[in-house]
Design a protein around this ligand. Structure first.
Ligand code: UD1
Length: 376
């Protein structure tokens, strides 16, 4: 008989890779009945369902079905629906991951009902409050009870903000747990062949941050730089739905080409959101990554693939100090110059990062067990 009830919250694409190893680990231990709750923040098959299949996640016990909306609408809808579940089926702990609106909404509801909360990927700070994720991180951490950190700065940020040291667990990176598990298959998949791209002979691109895709002049500048890079190295762009929407609204479709048998220099190849293992396979064999995603900065550092972060800051500084990531900003010439350095073989090779070893979920579950006072 399970003695404790734990709610595990997910809602947006990057959450699924984080909850999967924790859920699998909780199932191995018998002290808790983990309940997976999907807020429905992401709902397209390519943004949600296909990850459940690939990561062997069971269907969520509750699906809140909130969908898209403004930040206030999305957050409020999650809060209203999640509160009802907590009232009917009160858990002993709510575990949230990452920095998306679902993370914030679930934490607010639980804490107001005096239900303890654990935050996985706590303590990350970009210092940039114009990022919605930064607000989500800070508010979530200001009221959580248990803090699972992925990198040294996460820990020092929390200590500086007054979090008691005994509430912080340097767990490492659960996203890397998932990567480690799927890497052999992803390597053997050689997804680049599907797009007629040679191993080590292409760049992989993602862009979805509002600061990069919502303003036409910024997006146009970024795409011009990338178009320039694609004159010497094919670029494959896996496009997030919000980016596809903006590009179409701005009439920038002519810069792209759908996949053909031969990539044309100067035309960026586009595909939609990709399955997890296909994306991982494309990363493994890429010459470089160009991205504004947090997860890809981490994955490329683990894989030791050069990564250019197209933002002015990162909340994941260990990927720069220890990994293969550089924050190059959004100025086109800087992006082009950095990509040249990579093509010339003039890039750092990176080090291994503490706790990015495939065992983070085990450390998280052990800490939860002791927090809830359950003995083997
Ligand atoms: C969200 C997260 C971001 C994370 C990203 C990963 C917040 C504040 N942001 O951003 O931190 O890096 O997910 O993808 O939580 N859309 C679809 N289909 C979907 C989901 C979204 O078409 O399944 C489109 C809709 O037009 C929607 C837009 O994308 O309005 C933005 O979706 P939303 O969930 O608000 O934020 P993301 O940009 O995906």
């Amino acid at each position: 008989m399970y003695s404790k009830k734990i709610f595990l919250i997910c809602g947006a694409r990057p959450n699924f890779m984080k909850v999967a190893p924790i859920l699998h680990q909780l199932h191995k231990k018998n002290f808790a009945d983990p309940t997976l709750i999907h807020t429905g923040q992401h709902y397209d098959k390519e943004m949600s369902d296909q990850f459940f299949e690939e990561l062997a996640l069971p269907a969520p016990r509750y699906h809140l079905g909130v969908g898209s909306g403004s930040h206030a609408v999305q957050t409020a809808k999650i809060m209203m629906a999640f509160e009802e579940i907590c009232l009917a089926d009160r858990p002993d702990l709510v575990l949230v991951v990452g920095d998306v609106n679902s993370t914030l909404a679930a934490t607010l509801v639980a804490k107001k009902m005096c239900i303890p909360c654990g935050h996985v990927e706590a303590g990350l700070r970009s210092g940039d409050e114009s990022m919605p994720e930064e607000i989500n991180r800070k508010v979530t951490d200001s009221i959580s009870d248990l803090f699972f950190v992925t990198e040294p700065e996460g820990e020092s940020n929390l200590l500086r903000e007054g979090v008691p040291v005994e509430r912080i667990c340097y767990a490492g990176n659960v996203m890397i747990d998932t990567l480690v598990r799927h890497l052999p298959f992803a390597r053997s998949q050689e997804a680049c062949r599907k797009y007629n791209l040679p191993k080590q002979g292409y760049a992989l691109l993602t862009l979805h941050r509002p600061s990069n895709v919502d303003q036409p002049e910024v997006l146009r500048g970024l795409l011009k730089a990338i178009q320039h890079i694609s004159e010497s190295l094919p670029v494959l762009f896996s496009m997030h739905p919000r980016t596809a929407q903006k590009i179409s609204q701005m009439g920038l479709n002519t810069m792209f080409t759908q996949i053909t048998s031969t990539p044309e220099p100067g035309r960026i190849l586009t595909v939609g959101p990709l399955p997890y293992t296909e994306m991982l396979s494309l990363q493994v064999h890429a010459k470089m990554l160009l991205t504004d995603s947090g997860g890809l900065q981490e994955e490329s550092s683990y894989l030791r693939i050069p990564c250019l972060t197209l933002r002015e800051n990162t909340e994941r500084p260990v990927t720069v100090s220890e990994g293969t990531n550089e924050v190059v900003g959004i100025e086109p010439q800087k992006i082009i110059n950095a990509s040249k350095k990579i093509l010339e073989g003039n890039w750092k090779s990176g080090n291994s990062i503490r706790g990015w070893d495939g065992q983070a979920s085990l450390r998280i579950v052990e800490k939860i067990q002791s927090f809830l006072g359950v003995h083997d």
